[in-house]
Ligand binder design. Structure first.
Ligand SMILES: Nc1nc2c(ncn2[C@@H]2O[C@H](COP(=O)(O)OP(=O)(O)OP(=O)(O)O)[C@@H](O)[C@H]2O)c(=O)[nH]1
Ligand SMILES: [Mg+2]
Length: 197
């Protein structure tokens, strides 16, 4: 099923000079909310207001053009436990990963951290740029604590470029942060591609 999805994507949807960005994170951490915010910011979809989102049963895809020199195709995957085994397969196809962390939920953080470190130690993310995103943080202190906890001792730094983005509670501030994130992703993907040529 997964090969069918990626095969159809590459055959009919993929354009040259674009990067596949995979959005991962546990159920309810805010992946689709961020995915929708990216579409609003880069493709000027909707009226700029965040609507209600539904849990993702499978996969949402969107190509975003922006003005970064390359297009980005975002893959928003469901975070239900039954879907987590698929993450490794999707990650192998990705040019970069956005890993969303629900800063308010210690239980899901522990679980998602273990899954993230598994992907790192199994070399699935070797050389794949990773943007860790602290979502639902009440303030910057909470985000800093999460960033230190995740990046400090993590083996990810040894195998891939990694960065941390704090998304504040005020959605009005997300636009420029999302653009900065996309710029970082395009730059890192282009560098990784040039290194692997
Ligand atoms: N307070 C707050 N709530 C948020 C934020 N981002 C998302 N939510 C809420 O969290 C809930 C889940 O958000 P989703 O975007 O559907 O989460 P998801 O990671 O896509 O979940 P799955 O598709 O089930 O894996 C929704 O009710 C959102 O409105 C945030 O930054 N702050
Ligand atoms: Mg979702």
């Amino acid at each position: 099923m997964f090969s069918l999805v990626t095969g159809l994507f590459d055959e009919f949807y993929r354009e040259p000079d674009e990067f596949k960005i995979l959005i991962l994170g546990m159920e309810g951490c805010g992946k689709t909310t961020i995915f929708e915010a990216i579409k609003i910011e880069l493709n000027h979809r909707g009226n700029g207001a965040f609507g209600a989102v539904q849990p993702t049963a499978g996969l949402n895809l969107s190509r975003c053009r922006g003005d970064f020199g390359s297009n980005l195709v975002f893959w928003d995957v469901g975070g239900r436990r039954a879907l987590i085994p698929m993450w490794k397969k999707y990650a192998k196809e990705a040019d970069a990963v956005m890993f969303i962390i629900d800063c308010t939920n210690q239980d899901t953080q522990r679980h998602s951290r273990a899954i993230f470190e598994d992907l790192v130690t199994q070399d699935v993310l070797a050389g794949v740029p990773c943007m860790l995103i602290g979502n639902k943080c009440s303030d910057v202190n909470m985000a800093t604590a999460v960033a230190t906890d995740w990046i400090g001792p993590s083996p990810i730094q040894k195998v891939a470029p990694v960065s941390f983005l704090y998304l504040p509670p005020d959605h009005g501030q997300w636009g420029h942060l999302i653009r900065g994130m996309c710029r970082w992703l395009v730059t890192q993907c282009a560098m990784a591609k040039a290194t692997n040529l």
